[in-house]
Design a protein. Structure first.
Length: 218
């Protein structure tokens, strides 16, 4: 029986071997329970309402209904399950579309299996996570998007926004201090304030938040 502290997870992937291997691996992870296995997008849409997993690990390329369509449909339903995209797809428009439609994480299939566990735990805590291999693709697509949302102004100061933009460019605290002509201590303080205000635990999550909110123009 699932305990209150467990994170319930469903896996949707048309590759049976991968699906079962991932299920068996997660079975040994404390606090994680696999409650659903689906081989196509239509099964997800038909059954997720009754299974109601905390986390849905979702492949993009599936028969009947694609992962992209599943994300969009679940958003329309106001589904409470948090979605982690688990796929070989790192095409820029696919990454950006699924994240904007409500996915909370993006993990590459050929990465370490521990990345999946970390993503489950981070997303379950309300954070977002994108695999480092995907982040450059995501930022590259944002460079071609000019529909910015100024809502950052109600959360960050102008200088914090400048620092966030430098973080999105991959700069270290030392590089940020040089670029913005501020002390290293001030740069570190700005980064800490940004993480606190966005309620995230690391720089990648802060940048992802900015991307999803369309705050950044690179």
């Amino acid at each position: 029986m699932q305990t209150q502290s467990n994170v319930s997870v469903a896996i949707a992937d048309d590759n049976e071997e991968f699906r079962l291997t991932l299920r068996d691996f997660l079975a040994y992870e404390p606090g994680i329970e696999v409650v659903g296995l689906w081989s196509n997008g239509q099964e997800v849409l038909d059954e997720i309402g009754s299974v109601r997993p905390d986390i849905l690990l979702l492949d993009i390329t599936m028969p009947k209904v694609s992962g992209v369509e599943v994300v969009r449909a679940l958003k329309m339903r106001n589904c409470s399950s948090k979605i982690i995209i688990l796929t070989m797809h790192d095409t820029a428009n696919v990454v950006l579309e699924t994240l904007r439609d409500g996915a909370s994480g993006y993990i590459i299939k050929d990465g370490a299996i521990d990345d999946v566990v970390r993503a489950i735990r981070e997303v379950n805590q309300g954070n977002a996570l994108v695999h480092p291999q995907v982040m450059p693709v995501l930022l590259g697509e944002m460079r071609r998007s000019h529909t910015l949302n100024p809502s950052w102004q109600s959360i960050l100061t102008a200088r914090e926004y400048d620092v966030l933009c430098e973080m999105a460019s991959g700069k270290s605290n030392e590089q940020i201090s040089e670029t913005l002509h501020i002390s290293l201590k001030t740069a570190k303080n700005h980064v800490s304030h940004i993480l606190a205000k966005l309620d995230v635990t690391d720089r990648a999550q802060a940048v992802l938040h900015a991307v999803r909110e369309r705050w950044i123009d690179l």
